[in-house]
Design a protein around this ligand. Structure first.
Ligand code: HEC
Ligand code: HEC
Ligand code: HEC
Ligand code: HEC
Ligand code: HEC
Ligand code: HEC
Ligand code: HEC
Ligand code: HEC
Ligand code: HEC
Length: 354
């Protein structure tokens, strides 16, 4: 550090100290007059000129938080320190097994202005998309697909900013959290929001042969809650279109749990390794590898009323046509729009008409 800089700093320090002392003695001569308040005096009038004024000082009662250190001297201490200052009046705010770590070293004023602010709940920044990113890196919430409430910055639709009984201060546990939005239709007429409303009904119908991870409410086995490098928030690459030339990596999501199937797709004939076969012909191989149909063409990842998650409807051009699947002890049949009815049987291979 140069001599000049040191001198400069020293001068600055002296100046600051003297301003402070001058300010102090200046204030000393003007103690708060009896019968006046801090905000009706010209001094702090601006403090409450914002849209949202804290209930604690609406009637000018500054002294609930600021205590005069010395009678007649304009110098104050806080009536309590840190978050305790607020907890005196908002005692229940941190109740819950899981408390936001923001409180470990921070205080309430990291997020709230104790006096007034332009945002509801006296927040120091816009709660939509700004506030949480002051401490959490926004990069973790980007990707090829971003969940709508995350893109809208509505973190508090899923998390309590303070505390809750669920891990990660979630407002409800998964899947109830998800069905809060992906449930009933909300609103009326044009405003009606229909967010995959059938999913909740499907989930509640536990008598159906649903996909076990869906039936168990393990949405997060397959979807990220915030964003993903894959479409549809998928946790790993998975089938999202109906046609794709075969690449093992594109089905990582399914192979995470169905390793056997991955192995059986690497060979033409795999007796015993899949039930979708006609005699020794592996029909998974035929459809997925040879014809480039994805799992999604035939299976719904959540479940349907059919056995083996087979879809009722199959997209065909712009329409959706019926799959007409039925299953037997040793095989099954279907009559999708792609071909006439075809049967398969593991024990007595069927010769289908062309
Ligand atoms: C609910 C508690 C609370 C009330 C009521 C309150 N304050 Fe404060 N005040 C604080 C806290 C906490 C800080 C420190 C803010 C910080 O560190 O960001 C503060 C800081 C200040 C400061 C210095 C920093 C600044 O923001 O300018 C002034 C001046 C002040 N308050 C004046 C007032 C006046 C005047 C009133 C009444 C109209 C009042 N306060 C009412 C809690 C309160
Ligand atoms: C002396 C009591 C008191 C203290 C201390 C106090 N508050 Fe408040 N606070 C209130 C009152 C009264 C309301 C208005 C309640 C209402 O509208 O339901 C309020 C409302 C709020 C609200 C907004 C609620 C809403 O619905 O708009 C927030 C946020 C808040 N306080 C935060 C704080 C923070 C942060 C502190 C500490 C810096 C604090 N309060 C300290 C009394 C207090
Ligand atoms: C990480 C940021 C953050 C911190 C730290 C924080 N709050 Fe909040 N607070 C919020 C947000 C965001 C909302 C609005 C929640 C919503 O819209 O659902 C809120 C709402 C509130 C409300 C009104 C609604 C309610 O939940 O009752 C009160 C009162 C409140 N906070 C008090 C406090 C107190 C007291 C502290 C310290 C113990 C504190 N807050 C610390 C972000 C925070
Ligand atoms: C003042 C800084 C600060 C702000 C603002 C803040 N956080 Fe945090 N948050 C932290 C810290 C520190 C941690 C703990 C370290 C970590 O896990 O990254 C944390 C952790 C979390 C966690 C994980 C909790 C756990 O159990 O692992 C969630 C969820 C969270 N914050 C949500 C939010 C939301 C939602 C907002 C906006 C309303 C927000 N945070 C704003 C500081 C902050
Ligand atoms: C649709 C609901 C939802 C929304 C909206 C949401 N989260 Fe989360 N968040 C979750 C769930 C669920 C988890 C738990 C993930 C797990 O169990 O692996 C989580 C975990 C977290 C964690 C801890 C684990 C991690 O990924 O670091 C943080 C921090 C977090 N969320 C912050 C935020 C912030 C900041 C926002 C807003 C930008 C936000 N969340 C929006 C549902 C949501
Ligand atoms: C606060 C409301 C809300 C909550 C809670 C919520 N979602 Fe969503 N989700 C939406 C909205 C809105 C969309 C966009 C729907 C649309 O565009 O039709 C969406 C879309 C999705 C999509 C499709 C994304 C895409 O790119 O097509 C998936 C998958 C999803 N949500 C899964 C979940 C899971 C899993 C949970 C629980 C962890 C959950 N959601 C909780 C509101 C929510
Ligand atoms: C086994 C993996 C898996 C599980 C478990 C799972 N999903 Fe999905 N989900 C997918 C796949 C793959 C897609 C995209 C392909 C499709 O729609 O056929 C998808 C699509 C979605 C969509 C968008 C399309 C639609 O159907 O509206 C939403 C919303 C969704 N899932 C929500 C959920 C929720 C909520 C849960 C938990 C109750 C859940 N998922 C459980 C794999 C899964
Ligand atoms: C989190 C683990 C998990 C993931 C991921 C997963 N599954 Fe499953 N799946 C299971 C379990 C468990 C069963 C029950 C039968 C079993 O143990 O094989 C099952 C069964 C099935 C069945 C047969 C249903 C029946 O009645 O026997 C089909 C079809 C299926 N899954 C397709 C898929 C597809 C397609 C994907 C990728 C989109 C996928 N699975 C991803 C766990 C998973
Ligand atoms: C052409 C339609 C079709 C396609 C494409 C398809 N499946 Fe299947 N799959 C079936 C049928 C039909 C069954 C039921 C076989 C039986 O039990 O008779 C089945 C059964 C299964 C089973 C149960 C175990 C077994 O092998 O019998 C799993 C797991 C499975 N499929 C996963 C997948 C995955 C993962 C993909 C994508 C890589 C996929 N399927 C692609 C039609 C298809």
């Amino acid at each position: 550090m140069g001599v000049r800089k040191i001198l400069g700093l020293a001068a600055g320090l002296i100046l600051t100290v003297s301003i402070f002392t001058v300010g102090y003695s200046f204030a000393k001569e003007f103690p708060l007059k009896e019968g006046t308040s801090c905000t009706t005096e010209k001094c702090h009038a601006k403090m409450t000129e914002k849209e949202y004024v804290h209930g604690a000082l609406e009637d000018g009662s500054c002294t609930d938080c600021h205590e005069m250190e010395d009678e007649g001297v304009h110098k104050f201490t806080f009536s309590s320190e840190g978050k305790e200052l607020c907890m005196g009046c908002h005692e229940d705010i941190l109740e819950g097994k899981h408390v936001h770590s923001a409180f470990e070293d921070g205080t309430c004023t990291d997020c709230h202005d104790p006096h007034a602010s332009d945002y509801p709940n006296h927040l120091v920044a816009n709660p939509r998309g700004e506030l949480c990113y002051t401490c959490h890196d926004g990069a973790g919430f980007e990707g090829a697909s971003v969940h709508k409430p995350v893109a809208d910055g509505e973190c508090v639709s899923c998390h309590s900013p303070h505390a809750s009984d669920q891990e990660y201060q979630l407002k409800a546990s998964v899947p109830d959290l998800c069905f809060g939005c992906h449930g009933e239709e909300k609103g009326k007429g044009k405003r009606k929001v229909k967010v995959a409303s059938s999913l909740k009904k499907l989930y509640e119908n536990q008598d159906l042969p649903l996909h076990p991870p869906f039936a168990d409410g393990e949405c997060l086995e397959c979807h990220n809650p915030h964003s993903s490098g894959n479409p549809i928030l998928l946790a790993s690459k998975g089938p999202v279109t109906n046609f794709a030339s075969y690449d093992e990596g594109n089905y990582q999501l399914c192979f995470n749990c169905h390793e056997d199937l991955r192995d059986s797709l690497s060979q033409t004939k795999a007796p015993g390794e899949t039930n979708f076969r006609n005699g020794g012909t592996n029909l998974h191989y035929l459809h997925v590898v040879e014809k480039g149909r994805t799992c999604r063409t035939c299976h719904d990842p959540h479940g349907t009323k059919n056995e083996k998650l087979i879809r009722n409807l199959i997209p065909f051009g712009r329409k959706s046509l019926r799959m007409r699947y039925s299953i037997t002890e040793t095989g099954g049949s279907c009559a999708p729009p792609c071909h006439f009815q075809k049967k398969y049987d593991r024990e007595n291979p069927v010769v289908n008409k062309r």
